[in-house]
Design a protein around this ligand. Structure first.
Ligand code: DGL
Length: 269
């Protein structure tokens, strides 16, 4: 029994970590396409093809439910995969919707019409591909009216994190926050719209200041997944859990251990 968690690389581990804490009895199969990360500088069709192929591999490994713990893949591939038809009994979900439901104070899965919400000025930090897709604004418009979103494409941050260069990642985050603040001086909320960014959450919060509420996806996606599994109890799959990568397993295991501060052993996908 394993629920699949997919990312282009290491960022999805922030979602996996929260999901394991929230659902200690559920097994997870993590799959990082590290050989092809970052996705955020690829075009939408490329991201769709790569995501689709990885998700099919995860379904073949026995997962019935795969979470795209990657905003870039969720933006470029989720809707297209769902509209193209999924194999019998298989499901794929993304990470935008739980975040937007939390931001707009909705119950998980509440699809009622859009309404006025408390938050009016939102800063979105994401990869260039996610920002270009405008998928966040589209999903938000289904649920809320009158919210002003200023998006900042954070080039370079994912590469720096994948390379383990946290000093560069911090410097880039500070400069992206400065750029955002020039466009929107007083955001009320900031969305970390890339699953790599929770690893930099303190740097974002410090640069944004204490008055800005920072939303990051780990625990929100975990809570929404727990609710989904209660409503769909047959979606645990029949495969075994584990950690798979298309990259170099020993290098990826080392980086993952650094991030999660526990030993993780990846194997070749
Ligand atoms: N963690 C992915 C996301 O949430 C990173 C994308 C990338 O590989 O650039 O968007």
């Amino acid at each position: 029994m394993a629920v699949g968690i997919f990312d282009s690389g290491l960022g999805g581990l922030t979602v996996l970590d929260a999901a394991q804490r929230r659902l200690p009895d559920v097994d997870f199969l993590y799959y990082g396409d590290n050989a092809r990360a970052p996705y955020g500088v690829r075009d939408a069709d490329d991201v769709y093809q790569l995501t689709k192929s990885a998700v099919h591999d995860m379904w073949d490994k026995g997962c019935d439910l795969v979470i795209l713990a990657c905003n870039t893949a969720s933006a470029a591939a989720l809707r297209r995969m769902q509209e193209g038809g999924l194999p019998q009994g298989k499901r794929v979900l993304g990470v935008f919707v739980p975040l937007i439901e939390a931001l707009t104070e909705r119950q998980w899965g509440d699809n009622s019409p859009p309404r006025e919400v408390e938050v009016k000025h939102v800063a979105l930090f994401a990869t260039p591909a996610t920002v270009a897709s405008r998928a966040f604004q589209r999903e938000l418009a289904f649920r809320a009216i009158g919210v002003d979103v200023e998006a900042q494409a954070c080039g370079g941050v994912v590469d720096a994190i994948e390379d383990g260069d946290m000093i560069l990642a911090e410097a880039l985050v500070r400069s992206h926050v400065d750029a955002l603040k020039r466009k929107m001086p007083h955001p009320q909320a900031a969305i970390l719209g890339c699953t790599h960014y929770p690893l930099m959450e303190q740097t974002f919060q410090k640069a944004l200041g204490p008055d800005v509420q920072v939303f990051s996806q780990g625990s929100l996606v975990a809570d929404s997944l727990a609710d989904y599994l209660t409503r769909h109890p047959g979606m645990h799959g029949d495969g075994e859990g584990g950690f798979f990568t298309t990259g170099d397993p020993s290098r990826v295991s080392d980086r993952a251990a650094q991030f999660l501060r526990r030993e993780i052993t990846f194997q070749a996908a």
